[in-house]
Design a protein around this ligand. Structure first.
Ligand code: GDP
Ligand code: MG
Length: 597
């Protein structure tokens, strides 16, 4: 395709502002998909994405559009993930295109993820077209929101397009703006092949599918390609484009976006951001800025029922095939038996994987406290990365600890500002900035990631009735007074409940945890002490009193079927319990105990 007739773009938006609906409209308007084949929100493929209304994997579509000037253009849309956990993927896919539609809900205004995502677009030197969506809503205030875009983001919004992705209003204007305002890609057909690996995923029929953007040169079926980062060579067996279903094509030239398959065994062999070239006469230099995505949050996943360990192993290895950013290694816990220590890009990523294991693979799981990676500096001068509080060395060997800190940006209506400041303060936050954009405050906080990974986002949503939006970037590692807190149930340490806490907060946190556990653990036939301890020192203690009667006692001498039913019911309830010494702890306790009110 003639370079001047190509436009590559992405859509940046806060969640729920209408990115997927707009993408679907663009596809529909150009006749790329017949009306009857339109499923609600074509581009969100996975069930969990659809249910939660978020886009996780980047998707892409090629649209042919005959513009008002009579020319036919090829528009390539890359749909980027819309969540902070996937910031690296967002920034990479932005580098594969020249422009962005900045979609803002005109009844809501700019939100934290609008900012985070538009900054990726600005960094990638995009031409940006502002789109004010949902103008059909009575609460829509396009003028105010356009002004806000200028004030907060600092880009010209006078030409913003007024759109309703719901009714279709402004869709034609949006297509014209893509053609007229976004630049055509540049590239040289005669140069050695240089292509960016934008994304990759596992397909049950075709194996690993690699989404590429050709910078220079031409890619053809049968070519032998080299991944410049891994140095692996593969023969290309298919190339094609997405419309949005896969369609084979003869070649991909400069400026084009499409896919290849090459008998690549696992997604792990394809690194987002890597440069693809020909095995022979390849390009001299790879694209810059490559870095593999690193997991930042770790937790243990254990089957409630030990017999399901093999199932869990298989499920995890299947999920890993499709997700290179998720790491796992086997772990044994004295209390929980065999399981896996898994690493994730963030909390949402963790939840998505855990949900899929439970729902698609039908495995009941115990999730241990999420933990960040601490840097433990030992007295002998060495440093260890601590992924699991259970591996914390004895304090006598430790010189000091460092923890990751983040820069969090929160946008919130005025009236909730006080609650947000208090929440951040409670989580050891340091305020960096506080500004106003209309009636909304924008606060920037420096926070320990550790204080955010658990339930910060839930708390933020609840204190602001859902009106706050939040985004973060990881900044650096800093020293602080951190200790490992252990939980003992019936005098036995339950390693899965160990957490790293700040010294000044240890007592309060410990007390809260033992009080919670007292409510969460059912009574037994004997008294159960529940303790929080640092090293050998108990800092909080509760006692769960003994149960008076057997549950079946009231059936004695009575109805035998009723008794049987009760016992069966009890057995079913037990499925979600784990035995710790003589004590049974329900699965739900592991997460609930950690939530702070
Ligand atoms: P995304 O999270 O940015 O992909 O947002 P979606 O496209 O999933 O849209 C979020 C919600 O807003 C859905 O319920 C859509 O039906 C709705 N929506 C999207 N565009 C419009 C619009 O122009 N007008 C109205 N009234 N609702 C819209
Ligand atoms: Mg969406």
């Amino acid at each position: 395709t003639d370079l001047s007739k190509i436009r590559n773009f992405s859509i940046v938006a806060h969640i729920d502002h209408g990115k997927s609906t707009l993408a679907d409209r663009l596809i529909q308007e150009t006749g790329t998909v017949k009306e009857r084949d339109m499923q609600a929100q074509l581009l969100d493929t996975m069930d969990i994405e659809r249910e939660r209304g978020i886009t996780i994997k980047a998707n892409t579509v090629r649209i042919d559009y005959t513009a008002d000037d009579g020319e036919t253009y090829v528009l390539n849309l890359i749909d980027t993930p819309g969540h902070v956990d996937f910031a690296y993927e967002v920034s990479r896919s932005m580098r594969a295109v020249e422009g962005s539609l900045l979609v803002v809900d005109s009844s809501q205004g700019v939100e934290a993820q609008t900012l985070a995502n538009v900054y990726h677009a600005i960094e990638a030197d995009h031409e940006i077209v502002p789109v004010l969506n949902k103008i059909d809503l009575p609460a829509s205030e396009p003028d105010r929101v356009a002004e806000q875009i200028e004030d907060v983001i600092g880009i010209d919004a006078t030409g913003a397009i007024l759109v309703s992705a719901k009714t279709g209003e402004g869709i034609h204007e949006t297509l014209e703006a893509i053609v007229n305002e976004l630049p055509a890609p540049k590239g040289e057909r005669d140069a050695p092949l240089k292509a960016m690996l934008v994304d990759s995923w596992y397909d049950a029929y075709l194996g690993v599918i690699v989404l590429v953007r050709i910078i220079d040169g031409v890619l053809k079926k049968g070519d032998r390609i080299r991944m410049m980062h891994t140095n692996a060579v593969y023969p290309v067996d298919r190339i094609g484009v997405f419309r949005p279903q896969m369609e084979p094509i003869d070649e991909l030239g400069p400026g084009e976006i499409g896919f290849l398959t090459a008998s690549i065994k696992q997604v792990r062999d394809t690194r987002v951001g890597d440069t693809i070239t020909h095995e022979k006469k390849g390009c001299a230099e790879a694209l810059d800025g490559f870095k593999p995505a690193q997991p930042v949050v770790f937790c243990g996943l254990f089957p409630v029922d030990n017999a399901e360990f093999e199932d869990l192993r298989e499920a995890i290895s299947k999920l890993s095939l499709n997700d290179a950013s998720f790491s796992s290694e086997m772990e044994t816990s004295a209390a929980l038996g065999f399981g896996f220590r898994c690493g994730f890009l963030g909390l949402l990523h963790l939840e998505v994987i855990r949900d899929r294991l439970e729902r698609e693979y039908n495995i009941d799981l115990i999730t241990t406290a999420p933990s960040v990676i601490y840097h433990v500096y030992l007295r002998d001068g060495s440093m260890m990365e601590l992924h699991n509080p259970a591996d914390m060395p004895d304090m006598s060997l430790v010189d000091h600890l460092e923890e990751p800190r983040i820069k969090a940006t929160i946008l919130v209506p005025d009236e909730y500002l006080g609650d947000v400041l208090k929440l951040c303060q409670d989580r050891r936050g340091i305020q960096i900035d506080l500004t106003y954009a209309g009636s909304r405050a924008m606060v920037v906080y420096d926070l320990p990631l550790n204080e955010v990974v658990f339930d910060f986002y839930d708390r933020l949503k609840s204190v602001t009735k859902g009106y706050a939006s939040f985004d973060y970037t990881i900044e650096d590692y800093r020293e602080d007074r951190l200790v490992k807190m252990s939980i003992l149930v019936n005098e036995e340490p339950v390693d899965a409940l160990s957490t790293m806490v700040h010294q000044d907060r240890a007592e309060a946190r410990g007390r809260a945890m033992v009080e919670k556990l007292k409510d969460l653990i059912p009574r037994h036939m004997f008294k159960i002490p529940i303790q929080a301890a640092i090293g050998g020192r108990v800092i909080a203690r509760e006692t769960l009193s003994a149960m008076r009667k057997d549950v079946t006692a009231k059936c004695y001498g009575g109805d035998a079927t009723r008794k049987k039913k009760l016992l069966e019911k009890q057995k079913k309830g037990k499925k979600k319990m784990r035995q710790f010494g003589k004590v049974e702890i329900p699965q739900s306790a592991f997460i609930s105990a950690l939530k702070m009110d």
